[in-house]
Design a protein around this ligand. Structure first.
Ligand SMILES: [Zn+2]
Ligand SMILES: [Zn+2]
Length: 346
């Protein structure tokens, strides 16, 4: 089969590699349909690492995928050949303390698609996944929507962690795909006021279309001051979706006493700092967000019922042979890209 491999910093090749076989009776063989390009894939592509996870070339890539079941293992009970599925890229052990307490996303023996040394990548013609990582999608849902369910599930999970009450005031710092997914999830979940920022005006325009009440570009205005003029008491929660020191600092300034910051962005540095006295006086809660947990099914439900429109954040489409162009586009924020989709077989 053909698959995309990272072969160096900003280097990628489509290579022939053996197609996988179902070795576990709970495994499902998928014909990959489409794959979304995620910021974390691009981190590995441009820098060769995320924190302590370092790429050893050649390395698989891609994890936001949807496809069709083409074969099933002997003990697969829920899925049938021919069904289309959205894929949770996480593979868990099912028996550690984290899995047993319902925190599969922090499984101690986890594998994640295309994380260095952990598993194959989704940017391949075929993929074997455990049945429990695959979610059948309804006929009404497109395969592209199904691939975009994975980032949406992260937005839903972050929104749930924030325990927002109706009427909540919130800020989203960084309106890329994940920030926009937090926005869509929040709009669907409750009546709230959303302030969104980004360095790119095109993304702010999209945040507006996705329901932000106010948008601001920190390159043009002092966003903290502008938001606090409208919300003198501060906001209830801030979703930090940029992974920058600057946005963490803004978050602490923007929050009201007792507010929470949800850290979703992936910093390129190994350490960040906080203005500890401001944080202490306001008694700020810091919640880091690790991907998602149990939010794939609710994401599929909200999209298939038309409550959340994911099509609006999908901006670009590429065939598998042009995966490198897709990654370059996302890495360089070209052409107003938000979510780029690679079509592997559809
Ligand atoms: Zn992702
Ligand atoms: Zn586990």
């Amino acid at each position: 089969m053909k698959a995309a491999f990272l072969t160096g910093i900003r280097e990628m090749e489509i290579r022939e590699t053996p197609a996988p076989n179902i070795s576990d009776p709970h495994g499902v063989l998928l014909r990959v349909g489409v794959v979304g390009v995620c910021g974390s894939d691009v981190h590995y592509y441009t820098t060769g690492r995320i924190g302590s996870l370092v790429v050893h070339y050649p390395e698989w890539t891609g994890h936001e995928c949807a496809g069709r079941v083409v074969a099933i293992g002997a003990q697969v009970t829920k899925l049938k050949v021919g069904q289309r599925v959205a894929v949770d890229p996480l593979i868990t052990c099912g028996h550690c303390d984290q899995c047993l307490s319902g925190r599969e996303h922090t499984c101690r023996n986890q594998g994640f698609l295309a994380c260095p040394g952990q598993g194959p990548g989704a940017l391949a013609e075929y993929l074997v996944m455990p049945e429990r990582s695959c979610y059948a999608i309804p006929e009404s849902m497109t395969t592209v929507q199904a691939a975009a369910v994975e980032p949406l599930s992260i937005g839903i999970y972050a929104q749930r962690l924030a325990e927002m009450r109706p009427g909540a005031k919130m800020a989203i710092l960084g309106s890329g795909p994940i920030g926009l997914c937090v926005l869509l999830a929040s709009r669907a979940a409750c009546d709230c006021t959303v302030y969104a920022t980004d360095l790119l005006d095109g993304r702010l325009a999209m945040a507006r279309r996705c329901g932000a009440n106010w948008v601001g570009n920190p390159k043009q205005i002092d966003v903290v001051r502008a938001i606090l003029e409208l919300e003198p008491l501060g906001v209830d929660c801030v979703f930090e979706c940029a992974g920058q020191q600057e946005t963490l600092d803004q978050a602490i300034e923007l929050l009201k006493p007792g507010g929470s910051v949800l850290m979703i962005g992936i910093p390129e540095v190994d350490r960040v700092s906080f203005s500890i006295h401001t944080m202490r006086r306001k008694e700020i809660q810091v919640q880091s967000v690790r991907r998602q947990n149990h939010c794939m099914a609710p994401a599929i439900d909200l999209v298939s019922k038309g409550v959340i429109n994911l099509d609006q954040i999908v901006t670009h489409h590429f065939p598998l042979a042009e995966t490198k162009q897709a990654f370059d586009l996302v890495a360089d924020y070209q052409d107003g890209v938000v979510k780029a989709i690679v079509h592997v077989s559809e």
